[in-house]
Design a protein around this ligand. Structure first.
Ligand code: ZN
Length: 224
């Protein structure tokens, strides 16, 4: 009888631990090198099988992707919400293929892909509702990337400017609909006007080498 009791107590403890873990707040990793093994960058092994997103669109093969993670090589950050998760990233929302990267307030973010700056909004309050401060880059193939939540005057580039992949674009903040500082990144197709049509994308330099970036997971930007 005691053994049975002990088993149930243990089970209850385990379940409460799991439940607590799910409620953990977003954590910014200050010393990322400790948790992602940089050496694994040399042989990124993507298991690509034409994975589908929540609306049936196919993810492109990461090994030939046009995109790198929108933060500096060697850095790593946790994701918040990612594709087809919840809230604004839910499967029925225009932002279903968005990624939240939990860079700290003031950290610089970079161009995941080159193009021409199509729009810059940087005169909004550093904290507040609406879209907040953001920029849009035209990739010149009918797709556009959005980078959202910068603080007021937190964007380094101007409309019409050509940017190369890896160029620093601005700093991360929490303007607009952001509950905490992070970069909300999304690629859309056809037009960047709301409500846009977002598309699934992959990153060719991500470690772990996931085809579909998971939520609440630590990712490092590898050298290519
Ligand atoms: Zn987001």
């Amino acid at each position: 009888m005691d053994k049975v009791k002990a088993f149930f107590i243990l089970l209850a403890l385990m379940l409460s631990f799991i439940a607590c873990d799910k409620r953990k707040p977003f954590i910014v990793v200050k010393d990322p090198d400790k948790t992602v093994d940089k050496d694994s960058c040399g042989h990124l092994n993507f298991h690509y099988e034409k994975q589908e997103g929540c609306d049936g669109q196919i993810y492109p093969d990461p090994s030939t992707s046009e995109y790198i993670l929108p933060f500096r090589k060697g850095e790593s950050y946790l994701t918040g919400l990612t594709n087809c998760s919840s809230s604004y990233h839910a499967p029925d929302k225009p932002d279903r293929y968005a990624f939240d990267f939990n860079l700290s307030e003031g950290n610089e973010f970079i161009a995941a892909r080159g193009g021409v700056v199509a729009k810059v909004v940087e005169d909004q309050s550093s904290e507040g509702g609406g879209a907040g401060n953001y920029l849009v880059i035209n990739h010149l193939d009918g797709t556009y990337a959005y980078y959202l939540h910068s603080p007021k005057k937190g964007i380094y580039v101007k409309k019409g400017q050509t940017v190369q992949q890896g160029d620093v674009l601005g700093i991360v903040g929490r303007s607009g609909l952001a509950g905490y500082p992070h970069l909300h990144f999304i690629v859309v197709k056809g037009s960047y006007a709301w409500p846009y049509h977002s598309i699934p994308i992959t990153f060719r330099n991500t470690l772990p080498a996931d085809v579909i970036i998971k939520e609440h997971t630590l990712y490092m930007a590898c050298n290519e």
